[in-house]
Design a binder for this molecule. Structure first.
Ligand code: ZN
Length: 291
């Protein structure tokens, strides 16, 4: 099944819902970064939320999510845009912790002290940056807190990744429920009750639930409208030119030193792990372009 998300409304347009299946996207992240299961879950959950937050943007707007906790995974960094393109990495992909019941212990990998920072490039001169403290490190709860605190939109964020014992990502997905002004107390308590009782999101996706099925599950017997959908994929737009510019920006002296000592350069893209090789001749050309 393809990766996509849907935008929906329900409860007289007072509730907005995003629901996503991002299994292939997280599979691709796992393959590129050789993530261990708990690292797949941590990066995967952030990719899932990032893709949905990207879908809240318009046109060429982009956003970056940085999760910096005190756990061994280090930084989790995810970039997303309004076109359904998402990419990301973690400082340490070889992290794996489980709870006694076998569930992945994301909180231990991420840490429960630290912060989530969201940087939005809305195409204006300044970036819009906001951050909140981590409260659990499991990420769903932390992003729920982020929306309440930074975006002043009471929301509920669910995100989950199901990983097999051989590291294979079997399912990844999530939802964001946003409460619009004018929603009744009755609606909110009905949703809270539903959320307490529905299956974990990773289980739903693993059982074959589509994003539309997830919306239906959240709305229960309430009618809903699917407004639109958006294909989601792991995409990195890096290329050799961009890294060449990076080498040039190191400056004459440092570039000269690389040529003398290494006689070549290999640069690995943090986001996608693609490798770019520069020969001695290519490096000399770059050096010339500085002079
Ligand atoms: Zn790349």
């Amino acid at each position: 099944m393809r990766d996509y998300l849907v935008r929906a409304t329900s409860f007289d347009n007072k509730i907005r819902i995003y629901a996503i299946n991002a299994t292939n996207t997280v599979k691709e992240a796992q393959r590129r970064h050789q993530l261990w299961p708990t690292a797949s879950a941590a990066l995967g959950r952030t990719l899932v939320v990032g893709a949905m937050m990207g879908a809240m943007l318009k046109g060429k707007e982009t956003l970056t999510i940085k999760v910096n906790g005190d756990g061994p995974i280090g930084e989790i960094l995810v970039d997303a845009n309004a076109k359904g393109e998402v990419k990301g990495y973690v400082s340490n992909p070889n992290v794996h912790f489980q709870y006694p019941d076998g569930k992945l212990n994301v909180s231990k990998a991420v840490g429960s002290k630290g912060e989530i920072q969201v940087i939005k490039d809305l195409g204006m001169k300044d970036f819009f940056t906001s951050s909140v403290d981590l409260i659990s490190g499991e990420l769903g709860q932390d992003f729920t807190y982020y929306f309440a605190k930074s975006e002043q939109t009471p929301s509920s964020v669910g995100c989950g990744v199901f990983v097999d014992t051989d590291n294979a990502v079997l399912a990844a997905g999530g939802f964001i429920i946003q409460v619009m002004p004018g929603a009744t107390e009755e609606t909110i308590s009905q949703l809270e009750k539903t959320l307490e009782n529905i299956k974990p999101i990773s289980e739903m996706i693993h059982e074959g639930y589509t994003p539309e099925d997830i919306v239906k599950e959240i709305c229960q017997n309430e009618p809903f409208n699917i407004l639109s959908d958006l294909d989601i994929r792991f995409v990195c737009h890096c290329n050799k030119d961009r890294f060449a510019r990076g080498l040039i920006s190191l400056g004459k002296d440092e570039l000269k030193q690389i040529i003398e000592e290494d006689k070549q350069a290999e640069i690995v893209c943090h986001f996608c792990q693609d490798k770019y090789h520069f020969t001695e001749e290519e490096l000399k050309e770059l050096l010339k372009s500085i002079s």
